[in-house]
Write a protein that binds this ligand. Structure first.
Ligand code: WT7
Length: 645
C-alpha cells in the first residue's frame, strides 16, 4: 500500500512564509553560504550592537566550543517586549486561561507586560540579584512565571526553572548544582481542580541546601503558607514599592540566558545552558517559520514553562515575534475531555501545539468531546515531545483539525533550543508519523554503531554534523561532561541519543532513544536516575529500570528490584517503593510496574544485560536472544515467570 501523503493545503500554499521552492533554495543557502544566511536572519532581532560574525563553533576535541554572533549585543526582554511597544502597545501579549473554566482569564497587553516585567526585575534587583546570578523559578503556569523569566533576562540573571511536578529532593539538587541563592515560587499551584503545595515543597528543599537565602512568594491561591522571617517575602508586597521602569541590561550574545536541567543516560540531571543571541534567534525564527503566525492570531502551546517547550514556544519565540501567546494553567482532561477544544473556542486559537500523549488520552474518550465544539478558528496543529503514532496523527488531523490543518511534527530536544527536524506548513507534504525535513542550517546524518555515515534510505543513529544558533553551550559547571556526553561517541558530530530512519523520499522518521533514556508522556527520564532513587530505599539491594511501550504515555517505567536478605517482597512494599520514587524525583517518575527478582541477568563481568530486561518488560519473551553468556542463565526463567503486567 502506498504511504499516505498529505499535500500542502491550498490555503497554505498561497501565501505561506516559506513555500516548497523557498525551502529548497534557502535550505541549500543555509548550509552553503551559512555566514551570510545567518547574519541576514540575525537582522530580525533588535541588537544594541549588531554581530559581524556568525558560527565560530567546533565539534573537534582540540578546538571544541559552541559560539555564535559573539560580538553582538542585545537584550532578550527588550526583544520580546520593548521593541513591540511602538506598533503593538495595546495588542494582547499573553492570554492566561485558568485551571477552572469558571474563573476569569487574564489578558495582558504588551504595555502591561512591560510594566509587570520591569516591576519583577526591580524586585529581583532589590533582593540583590545581579547579572549572571542564578535564579531558581519553581512556579506553576501563571503569568508571573513569564514575568519572572523575562525579568531575569532583563537584568542579565540566569533563570533555572524547575518543573512544579518535581519533588523537594529534586528541587534541592537543582538549587545546589547551580548555587542559586534565590527561589521564586507561589503559595500553591492549581492543576485539574487540585492544589499543589509548591511553597511547602520549597521549605522542604531549603532544609537540604546551604546556598538559599531568599524565597520570593507569589500569592496565587491565597492558601495559607508559613513564611520564614528574614528569608521569605511576598512578591505583591515587594512589588508595591518598586518602579514600573527598568532599563534592559545590554548582554553579549554569548552571555547565559537560562539553565534547564534535563535527564541523560548516566548520572544526575545536567544543567543545559543556553545563551542570549543564538538561542533567541533560533526560538523566534523556528517559531515564525513553523507556526507562521499572522497579526490577529492566537497561538497556543499547551506545554508547561517547566520544560524547554514552554521556554522556547510559550514565552521567548512567540513574544519575540510579537505574537499573542496563550498560557493554560490546567490539564487537558479536566473538568472534562472537551476542555482543550473549549479553550480553543473561547480564545479563537489559530495554532495549537501539544504532545502525542495528550492526544492519545483524549482520543480514548471518544470523538464527541471534540465534535461538540467548533474549532473553526484552527489553522495549524503541532506535535512535540515524542514520536506520534500514525493513529493519533490521523485523529488529530481528521477529527480535531477536520482535515483542514497541516500538522507540524517537530523533533527537537532541550539541548537544541528549538525545532531541528519538522515540516513547514506551506512547504511540506506530510506523512503521518514523520518529522519530515531538517530546518534551515540543520545538517542531520545517520551513522552506524561505528560512526560510519550511512547514505540513502536507511536507519541508524541520528547525529548533527554542524552547529546551529540554538545549540546548548555547555553543561553547567562541567564543560568536560558536555563534550563527553554529546561529542565523544561519534567524533566530529553532535550525537542526539535518538535513532532515526530516512526513507526513499528523504523524509526523516524518529524511532526513539537509543540510549538509557526513556520518554514518559513526552518527558525525559534517565533510567539511572530512577535506579538511584530505588537503591536509596533501605530494602533495595539492586535495581534495573527499563522503558516499555505504554498505550497513553508512549513509554512506561518498568523496574526490576532485588531486595536485601530478610526483606520479603510484598504488595505493600511495592506500593511503598512507588511512593518512595515519587518522593525522590516526582510523580513523572512513578514506576508503572515493579518486579521483585532474586537476581538480575548479568554477564560474567557483571554487566546487566538490559536488552533482556527490555524484552521481558515489553512482553516479548519468545525472542530473548542469546543468553548463554550470562553468569547464571536460570535468572531469565524466573524473570519471565514472574513478569508483571
Ligand atoms: C527527546 C527530547 C522537544 C521538546 C520536548 C522534549 C523526543 C521530541 C519528538 C518528535 C519523536 C521526539 C526525542 C528527543 N522527541 N520531539 N517530534 N518525534 N521524538 O524535550 O525532554 O529534551 O526530550 O524527545 O527522543 O531526543 P526533551
Amino acid at each position: 500500500m502506498a504511504e499516505d501523503l498529505y499535500p500542502v493545503p491550498e490555503s497554505w500554499a498561497a501565501d505561506a512564509r516559506v513555500t516548497a521552492e523557498g525551502y529548497a533554495t534557502d535550505y541549500a543557502r543555509s548550509l552553503d553560504d551559512a555566514t551570510r544566511f545567518w547574519l541576514e536572519r540575525a537582522d530580525s532581532l533588535e541588537w544594541v550592537s549588531k554581530p559581524t560574525v556568525a558560527d565560530e563553533s567546533s565539534f573537534e576535541e582540540a578546538t571544541f566550543g559552541v559560539k555564535w554572533f559573539a560580538d553582538g549585543v542585545l537584550n532578550v526582554s527588550a526583544n520580546c517586549i520593548d521593541r513591540h511597544l511602538a506598533t503593538r502597545r495595546d495588542q494582547i501579549a499573553i492570554i492566561w486561561e485558568p485551571d477552572s473554566p469558571a474563573a476569569d482569564p487574564r489578558f495582558i497587553t504588551f504595555t502591561e507586560l512591560h510594566a509587570e516585567v520591569c516591576r519583577f526585575a526591580n524586585v529581583l534587583k532589590a533582593q540583590g540579584v545581579r547579572k549572571d546570578d542564578r535564579v531558581t523559578l519553581y512556579l506553576p503556569m501563571i503569568p508571573e512565571a513569564a514575568f519572572a523569566m523575562l525579568a531575569c533576562a532583563r537584568i542579565g540573571a540566569v533563570h533555572s526553572i524547575v518543573f512544579g511536578g518535581f519533588s523537594p529532593e529534586a528541587l534541592a539538587g537543582r538549587i545546589t548544582d547551580c548555587d542559586s541563592r534565590i527561589v521564586v515560587t507561589v503559595d500553591e499551584g492549581r492543576r485539574g481542580g487540585k492544589t499543589v503545595p509548591l511553597k511547602a515543597n520549597v521549605d522542604a528543599a531549603a532544609k537540604l541546601v546551604t546556598c538559599l537565602d531568599t524565597v520570593i512568594v507569589v500569592r496565587a491561591t491565597g492558601g495559607g503558607v508559613e513564611m520564614q522571617p528574614g528569608r521569605d517575602i511576598w512578591y505583591d508586597e515587594a512589588a508595591a514599592s518598586v518602579a514600573a521602569e527598568c532599563a534592559p541590561e545590554p548582554m553579549n550574545a554569548e552571555d547565559p540566558l537560562f539553565l534547564l536541567y534535563t535527564s541523560g543516560s548516566t548520572g544526575k540531571p545536567k544543567g543545559v545552558l543556553h545563551t542570549t543571541g543564538g538561542y533567541l534567534l533560533w526560538a523566534s525564527y523556528t517559531h515564525a517559520c513553523v507556526f507562521d503566525c499572522r497579526d490577529g492570531d492566537t497561538y497556543w502551546c499547551a506545554a508547561d514553562v517547566g520544560w524547554v517547550t514552554g521556554h522556547s514556544y510559550i514565552v521567548y519565540g512567540p513574544l519575540a515575534n510579537g505574537v499573542t501567546t496563550l498560557m493554560y494553567e490546567g490539564v487537558p482532561n479536566w473538568p472534562s475531555p472537551a476542555r482543550m477544544w473549549q479553550v480553543v473556542d473561547r480564545h479563537k486559537v489559530t495554532q495549537l501545539y501539544t504532545a502525542p500523549t495528550a492526544l492519545r488520552a483524549l482520543m480514548k474518550e471518544g470523538d464527541d468531546f471534540v465534535t461538540g465544539t467548533s474549532r473553526a478558528s484552527l489553522r495549524l496543529l503541532g506535535s512535540v515531545g515524542e514520536p506520534i503514532n500514525p493513529e493519533a496523527w490521523r485523529w488529530y488531523h481528521d477529527v480535531v483539525g477536520e482535515g483542514r490543518c497541516p500538522i507540524v511534527d517537530t523533533w527537537w530536544q532541550t539541548e537544541t533550543g528549538g525545532h531541528m527536524i519538522t515540516p513547514l506548513p506551506g512547504a511540506t507534504a506530510l506523512k503521518p508519523g514523520s518529522a519530515a525535513s531538517p530546518f534551515f542550517g540543520v545538517e542531520p546524518l545517520l551513522v552506524d554503531a561505528e560512526g560510519k555515515v550511512l547514505e540513502g534510505a536507511t536507519e541508524g543513529n541520528l547525529v548533527i554534523a554542524r552547529s546551529w544558533p540554538g545549540q546548548m553551550r555547555t553543561v553547567w559547571g562541567d564543560h568536560e561532561r558536555f563534550f563527553q556526553t554529546y561529542f565523544s561517541t561519534y567524533p566530529g558530530f553532535y550525537f542526539t541519543g535518538d535513532g532515526a530512519r530516512r526513507d526513499a523520499d528523504g523524509y526523516w522518521w524518529i524511532t526513539g532513544r537509543v540510549d538509557d533514556v526513556i520518554n514518559v508522556s513526552g518527558h525525559r527520564m534517565g533510567t539511572a536516575e530512577v535506579e538511584s532513587a530505588l537503591v536509596l530505599h533501605r530494602t533495595v539491594a539492586e535495581a534495573a529500570v527499563v522503558g516499555f511501550p505504554h498505550e497513553i504515555k508512549g513509554q512506561g517505567i518498568y523496574a526490576y528490584v532485588t531486595l536485601n536478605a530478610g526483606d520479603p517482597p510484598s504488595d505493600a512494599l511495592r506500593k511503598e517503593l512507588v511512593t518512595w520514587v515519587r518522593g525522590e524525583i516526582g510523580p513523572i517518575a512513578t514506576p508503572d510496574a515493579i518486579q521483585f527478582t532474586p537476581g538480575l541477568p548479568k554477564t560474567r563481568s557483571g554487566k546487566i544485560m538490559r536488552r533482556i530486561l527490555r524484552k521481558i518488560a515489553e512482553g516479548d519473551v519468545s525472542s530473548l536472544g542469546d543468553t548463554s553468556t550470562l553468569a547464571d542463565p536460570s535468572v531469565v526463567d524466573d524473570l519471565v515467570a514472574n513478569r508483571v503486567g
